[in-house]
Design a protein around this ligand. Structure first.
Ligand code: CMX
Length: 134
């Protein structure tokens, strides 16, 4: 069901400031920015082959990313797997003992449906499943 790593989420304090590294040092091209209201974040996407990097800047102090930054500073925040069957993916995760943050998918960036698994049940890696109706 998992098709590939879709993206790696990276928490940053400011996308504007982070651009210098991703665009000038690495030479990546920003594919676009989007604010995701449901997650209280502003995002910027970069393609690296088939995988994307998603920069995450909190838009509110209540954002999960704001809490992460306060605790850890900037860095890798989550890994997102593209699935072709979100319902089965979540059932399989729950049946194998993972703790679902989202029992049902919610709206994410890029018109995708997303659902997260709690990092305490996934070897410490905040895990996202994402699905897009093509
Ligand atoms: N990766 C690994 N561990 C993490 C983590 C992360 N990104 N975020 C939190 N944790 C750990 C914490 O270190 C903490 O561990 P300890 O108890 O050992 O200290 C534990 O999980 C609980 O964390 P917390 O700081 O107390 O935060 P909360 O429990 O309030 O929230 C979580 C944690 C994962 C439930 C919350 O961040 C969440 O719901 N995340 C899913 C949604 C999300 O992250 N949205 C932003 C991205 C959106 C997008 O990609 O568009």
């Amino acid at each position: 069901m998992i098709q590939k790593i879709d993206h790696i989420g990276i928490a940053v304090k400011s996308i504007e400031k982070a651009r210098g590294y991703f665009e000038n040092t690495l030479g990546l091209k920003c594919e676009g920015e989007e604010t995701v209201e449901s997650q209280k974040v502003k995002t910027a996407f970069y393609s690296v082959g088939e995988v994307h990097l998603e920069l995450l800047e909190p838009t509110s102090e209540e954002s999960a990313v704001a809490k992460f930054l306060d605790k850890n500073g900037e860095g890798v925040h989550h890994i997102a797997f593209k699935t072709d069957d979100m319902d089965s993916q979540l059932i399989q995760a729950e049946n194998s003992g993972c703790s679902l943050i989202n029992k049902r998918p919610v709206d994410g960036a890029g018109g995708k449906q997303v659902a997260f698994l709690h990092p305490k049940s996934t070897c410490g890696v905040l895990t996202e499943f994402c699905f897009k109706i093509e």
